[in-house]
Design a protein around this ligand. Structure first.
Ligand code: NI
Length: 170
């Protein structure tokens, strides 16, 4: 297994809509395996292909009930309720935001064997699916913030960008 560099805020790949996976084959399985390794290394719960620079519609995840999972060409076709959660993203490292989204969703797609997957998800699992779907559509959680949250986030991201060059840097 290899791991990727995780793309962060400002990288254009994070703003593009990813394309459907046309064939679930060994290459896709290897990509998913490497994405999973990358996610574990970063101690995340989910990771979408654009976050490693690949514009394809799949994501990997792992919740406490164990084991790596992949959903290819996911679609959310039902969403209901409201749930507030302190949400973070490996592409916006270290920042967490209180965001309200639907509490329950139904997601469908395919696993790495090409079998159909259909999951009724609630709370954290539902949040994860919505977050990863957003990545596949080129959206970051920053777009869901209210004005005050967004201003604070942008200030912090600017501060960090300035902070990367040290004194005497050329
Ligand atoms: Ni994310």
């Amino acid at each position: 297994m290899a791991s990727y560099r995780i793309r962060t805020f400002g990288d254009p790949v994070l703003k593009r809509r990813a394309e459907e996976v046309t064939e679930i084959n060994g290459r896709v399985a290897r990509l998913a395996e490497d994405m999973y390794a990358t996610m574990k290394e970063a101690r995340g719960l989910g990771l979408a292909a654009p976050q490693v620079g690949v514009g394809r519609r799949l994501f990997v995840y792992e919740l406490d009930d164990g084991g790596p999972r992949t959903i290819v060409n996911p679609v959310i076709d039902e969403a209901q309720g409201e749930w507030e959660f302190e949400e973070g993203c490996l592409s916006v490292p270290g920042l967490y935001f209180r965001i309200t989204r639907p509490k329950q969703v139904h997601i469908k797609g395919y696993d790495l064997d090409g079998r159909e997957v259909s999951i009724e998800a609630d709370e954290l699992e539902a949040r994860l699916f919505q977050h990863e779907l957003d990545h596949l559509d080129g959206r970051l959680l920053l777009e869901l913030l209210d004005d005050d949250q967004r201003k604070a986030a942008m200030r912090e991201l600017r501060r960090r960008a300035e902070g990367t060059a040290g004194p005497g840097a050329l």
